[in-house]
Design a protein around this ligand. Structure first.
Ligand SMILES: CC(C)(COP(=O)(O)OP(=O)(O)OC[C@H]1O[C@@H](n2cnc3c(N)ncnc32)[C@H](O)[C@@H]1OP(=O)(O)O)[C@@H](O)C(=O)NCCC(=O)NCCS
Length: 161
């Protein structure tokens, strides 16, 4: 675990990462894609890849995590209008790389960049059966507020914390 953490690189995605990002999404199980997108995504859609490799950095941002040259995680935030202080955040990590702190590292970097742009809060929704994500958010955002809304948990976490 410690060795993997040392080899972890986190950086913005570029256009040249397009094939690798598509391959990463393609390698995920249906369950992981369901938990990430709350949607049946039997195949990788172009918009999923575009959002990661061509973010406008104003209404959408993304970061990729790389271990040994392979993409192992992607975190993104998005908002409808450029001046909204709250953005929706979502993340997914390769199944064979979980519990090595990759999501935590991605969220911290994503939050640092968002804060520097004046963004005040991450929000989002998690399937209420998705215990791993709820535990992850509680570990990185202790002052997070949650609200159970049917099959999802809506969360908001101030970046000042
Ligand atoms: C949720 C997810 C991103 C976590 O990624 P990860 O890299 O394994 O998470 P980390 O290793 O950084 O975990 C950080 C903390 O989160 C909590 N956590 C993560 N996975 C957990 C699990 N399966 N069970 C319980 N707690 C968990 C723990 O507190 C963990 O700290 P610890 O390992 O020191 O105990 C990953 O399971 C995933 O991609 N799931 C599918 C997609 C998804 O659910 N996305 C979120 C909705 S947008």
């Amino acid at each position: 675990m410690r060795e993997q953490a040392r080899r972890l690189i986190i950086r913005p995605a570029e256009g040249s990462d397009e094939d690798a990002v598509r391959a990463f999404f393609g390698s995920l199980s249906m369950d992981s894609r369901w938990k990430r997108y709350h949607n049946a995504t039997p195949r990788v859609m172009p918009w999923m890849v575009d959002a990661v490799v061509r973010p406008d950095h104003v209404t959408h941002e993304s970061l990729i995590a790389i271990v040994d040259g392979r993409i192992v995680g992607i975190a993104e935030w998005g908002r409808i209008s450029p001046d909204e202080p709250t953005v929706d955040m979502a993340i997914v990590v390769a199944e064979d790389c979980r519990r090595h702190g990759i999501a935590r590292a991605l969220i911290r970097r994503l939050a640092g960049g968002a804060r520097a742009r004046g963004i005040e809060e991450f929000s989002g929704s998690i399937l209420s059966v998705n215990r791993a994500s709820i535990a992850l958010l509680r570990s990185v955002a202790p002052v997070m507020t949650t609200h159970l809304d049917g099959r999802t948990v809506e969360f908001s976490a101030p970046l000042s914390a």
